[in-house]
Design a protein around this ligand. Structure first.
Ligand SMILES: CC(C)(COP(=O)(O)OP(=O)(O)OC[C@H]1O[C@@H](n2cnc3c(N)ncnc32)[C@H](O)[C@@H]1OP(=O)(O)O)[C@@H](O)C(=O)NCCC(=O)NCCS
Length: 200
């Protein structure tokens, strides 16, 4: 969705962990190394930890999300997740389902509203863990949760880090929306899409 705005300070534990993985501002070329004591896991978003998701998003994105955003996030099941580095909550993904009007049988796209990892924890595979989880659940249809035909999102045109990340996982730029963002510069967004069903 957007660009990172400021360095995170929300978790004392997270900062301690950062010291142990070293190199908190490493450029992409300096790959961080995980040790066996480092554990990446995902957890559900629940009413009890919704505050944690709100704090993460306020650090990660220059956009204030509404109460409705967070109410809806509680309803999407596997399509909203928190990411943990050891026991510290350092990343999250939030999606929404978008039915396509007039299609029979009804087809649905999945829209990634936010996907982010706190800066000191990037380049460790957390973003991949979150995205892989979403792609898995978007493509393993069941009778009650049919497959999605496409997954898409907006990325600010200047956000090279996110572009490289999504392109690595097969997303393509399918359009540009000028003036998509109202309060940040540049205001333009690419639409990134990955088709999940062939021949559409
Ligand atoms: C995009 C983002 C989620 C990636 O998270 P991450 O945890 O660093 O991702 P991973 O460690 O799983 O990286 C996976 C791949 O992404 C690509 N990538 C990630 N960061 C990159 C960077 N700075 N430059 C180039 N490629 C990058 C690489 O191909 C990497 O593969 P590699 O490890 O084999 O080199 C993270 O940069 C972020 O939170 N950005 C701010 C929020 C944001 O803009 N979100 C996108 C809009 S919703």
């Amino acid at each position: 969705m957007g660009v990172p705005t400021k360095e995170p300070t929300i978790e004392t534990k997270a900062v301690e962990d950062t010291k142990s993985i070293g190199n908190t501002n490493s450029p992409k070329t300096k790959k961080k190394r995980l040790t066996t004591t480092h554990r990446i896991s995902l957890g559900d978003v629940t009413p009890n930890n919704l505050g944690q998701l709100k704090r993460l998003n306020s650090v990660l994105f220059p956009v204030n999300y509404s109460e409705k955003f967070y109410k809806d996030v509680l309803e999407v099941g596997e399509f909203a997740k928190l990411a943990y580095f050891n026991d510290a909550c350092v990343g999250a993904v939030c999606c929404r389902k978008e039915p396509i009007q007039g299609t029979i049988p009804e087809q649905t796209k999945l829209y990634i509203m936010t996907l982010g990892v706190l800066a000191p924890y990037r380049n460790l595979g957390l973003g991949t863990t979150l995205l892989t989880h979403i792609l898995h659940h978007a493509t393993c249809g069941t009778p009650t949760a049919p497959k999605f035909i496409e997954i898409f999102l907006h990325v600010q045109t200047s956000n090279e880090e996110a572009l490289a990340f999504y392109q690595k996982y097969g997303f393509e730029i399918i359009g540009t929306v000028e003036g998509y963002y109202k309060k940040i510069t540049p205001p333009d967004a690419y639409i990134l899409s990955k088709k999940l069903v062939k021949n559409i």
